[in-house]
Ligand binder design. Structure first.
Ligand SMILES: Cc1cc2nc3c(=O)[nH]c(=O)nc-3n(C[C@H](O)[C@H](O)[C@H](O)COP(=O)(O)OP(=O)(O)OC[C@H]3O[C@@H](n4cnc5c(N)ncnc54)[C@H](O)[C@@H]3O)c2cc1C
Length: 402
C-alpha cells in the first residue's frame, strides 16, 4: 500500500455514491464506501420497479431547465451530461433505448439488478473497499463514527463524501435521520418535504366512486405560472402522475403557505374557449350531455368533475361550461405521506456547498445526490443528477491530487 495516498470515505451506497466509487482514481486515493444496509443500491432497485428510467434524451439545455434551482447543477451536467451517462452505461455493458416519451431505459430484458451488478463490478474492479452494515452516526472531533455489529467504529478520513439520499422509502435506507449531525456543525439544513408525490383532494362524496382509479389524459395542468401537458390518475386519496409531478415546487409552496394549493386543468388544450362555445351553439338541438360527450369528446370522468361543481343553471350555460373545460379548478389540501414520495426536497441547503459540492464549513467534506435541497421531476432527472454529481466530484478530486 502506498502510505502517501490520501483516504476517502464515501458514506451511502446509492446512485450518487456508486458513480463516485466507479470514477474516483484509486491510484491516487485509498477509498472505502460505507453503507448501512446489507446490500448496495436498494433505492436504485426500487426506482426500477416500474421501469428503470435512467435519464432523459432531450437536449442539454432542456434537461438542465428541469432542475429547481438550476445553477448549482450546471457544472455537474456539463461535466457529465445525459449523453455521457448513456455512453458510460454502454461502456460497462448496459445497452439503453429511448422510449416514446424520450426517456432512456436499459434495453428490453435487462433488469435493474443486472444494471446494478454491472455498476458494482466496476466498483470492485476499481479497488474501492465496500463495507456494508456500517451506519454513520456523526462525528467525534474530526473523525467519523460508525456503528457496525453493535460496535462503535471510529474512522479517520482525509476526505469524506456524503451520499445519504433523501427521506422517502426508508425501507431502502434513505431515512433522512442524519440531519442533526450537520446542524450540530452549524450547517444550514432544511426540513424534508415530499416531491413527485400524490396530493390529497377532499372529493365530494357523490363522485369518489365514479372517478377513483380513472386517468385524465392529454390535459394541461397549471399551478401558478407553470403549465405542463401530461396525464394523471385520480384516486380516492386525490391525484398523482406526470401531469402534477413537475408542478411539485409550485404546489408545495402554496400548501405550505396556505394549507392548500389550486391547480387548473385544461381538458381540451387543442380547442380555444370560443371554439367550445361554437360547438354548443352549433348543436343547440342536442342535450348538454350529448354535446359534452359527442361533440366536445369529454370523458365520463371529466363530465362528472364538471357536474360536481356546477349548479343546474350553470350546467346549461355554454359560457360557464366552456370556461370550466379550459380551466377546471382542483384544490389540493395535503401531500401524501413523505415515505411514499418518489423523491424529497430538503436536506443540506445549497448555500452550504461550493460549486464543487464541498461544504463551506467543513473543508474536504462533500455532499452529493438527493441529500442536497433541490427539486427535479420524474423522467430520469433524479438519477441523472445523482450520477452527474458523483462523476463530477470524483473528477474534481482526481484533478486535485496531481
Ligand atoms: C419509487 C421510486 C421510483 C423512482 N424512479 C426513478 C426513476 O425511474 N428515475 C429516476 O431518475 N429517479 C427515480 N427515483 C429517484 C432516485 O431513485 C433517487 O433520486 C436516487 O436514487 C437518489 O440517489 P442518492 O445517491 O442521492 O440516494 P439513495 O439512492 O437514496 O442512496 C442513499 C444511501 O445512503 C444510505 N444511508 C443513509 N443513511 C446512512 C447512514 N447514516 N450510514 C450509512 N449509509 C446511509 C442508504 O441506505 C442508501 O443506500 C425513484 C425513487 C423512488 C422512491
Amino acid at each position: 500500500m502506498n502510505n502517501s495516498k490520501k483516504t476517502i470515505s464515501i458514506i451511502g451506497g446509492g446512485s450518487s455514491a456508486l458513480m463516485f466509487a466507479c470514477c474516483i482514481d484509486t491510484k491516487k486515493y485509498d477509498v472505502t464506501l460505507f453503507e448501512k444496509n446489507k446490500t448496495l443500491g436498494r433505492k436504485f432497485l426500487v426506482a426500477g420497479d416500474g421501469g428503470l428510467n435512467l435519464t432523459h434524451s432531450e437536449s442539454s439545455a432542456q434537461l438542465s431547465n428541469r432542475y429547481v434551482p438550476k445553477d448549482f447543477i450546471l457544472p455537474a451536467l456539463e461535466q457529465f451530461s445525459n449523453r455521457d451517462f448513456i455512453n458510460w452505461l454502454n461502456s460497462i455493458g448496459v445497452e439503453t433505448f429511448v422510449g416514446t416519451s424520450k426517456r432512456v431505459f436499459p434495453k428490453k430484458g435487462m433488469k435493474p439488478i443486472d444494471v446494478l451488478s454491472l455498476i458494482i463490478d466496476k466498483i470492485k474492479q476499481n479497488n474501492v473497499e465496500i463495507k456494508t452494515e456500517f451506519t454513520w452516526k456523526g462525528f467525534e472531533g474530526h473523525d467519523l463514527i460508525f456503528e457496525n455489529e453493535n460496535q462503535k467504529r471510529i474512522v479517520k478520513s482525509d476526505i469524506t463524501v456524503y451520499a445519504l439520499g433523501g427521506k422517502s422509502w426508508k425501507i431502502t435506507g434513505s431515512a433522512g435521520d442524519w440531519l442533526h449531525f450537520f446542524s450540530e456543525k452549524g450547517i444550514l439544513i432544511n426540513s424534508f418535504y415530499p416531491s413527485n408525490c400524490a396530493y390529497k383532494i377532499n372529493w365530494p362524496e357523490s363522485i369518489v366512486k365514479q372517478i377513483s382509479g380513472k386517468p385524465l389524459k392529454n390535459c394541461v395542468f397549471t399551478c401558478d405560472d407553470k403549465s405542463i401537458k401530461g396525464e394523471v390518475v385520480l384516486t380516492e386519496f386525490g391525484i398523482e402522475g406526470s401531469g402534477v409531478y413537475p408542478l411539485s415546487p409550485q404546489i408545495r409552496k402554496q400548501i405550505i403557505e396556505n394549507k392548500q394549493a389550486t391547480i387548473f386543468i385544461d381538458f381540451k388544450p387543442d380547442l380555444r374557449k370560443e371554439e367550445l362555445i361554437t360547438r354548443f351553439t352549433d348543436h343547440s338541438n342536442f342535450s348538454i350531455k350529448d354535446i359534452l360527450e359527442k361533440k366536445i369528446k369529454l370523458s365520463q370522468v371529466q363530465i362528472a368533475l364538471i357536474k360536481s361543481i356546477t349548479t343546474k343553471e350553470d350546467y346549461l350555460n355554454s359560457e360557464v361550461l366552456s370556461q370550466l373545460i379550459k380551466t377546471f379548478p382542483l384544490e389540493l389540501v395535503d401531500f401524501s405521506d413523505i415515505d411514499e414520495a418518489i423523491s424529497t426536497v430538503g436536506g443540506i441547503s445549497l448555500d452550504e456547498v461550493s460549486t464543487t459540492f464541498e461544504l463551506h464549513k467543513l473543508r474536504h467534506h462533500y455532499c452529493i445526490g438527493e441529500m442536497l435541497d433541490f427539486d427535479a421531476p420524474t423522467g430520469g432527472y433524479l438519477l441523472q443528477a445523482s450520477f452527474s454529481m458523483g462523476n463530477f466530484v470524483a473528477t474534481k478530486l482526481n484533478e486535485l491530487n496531481q
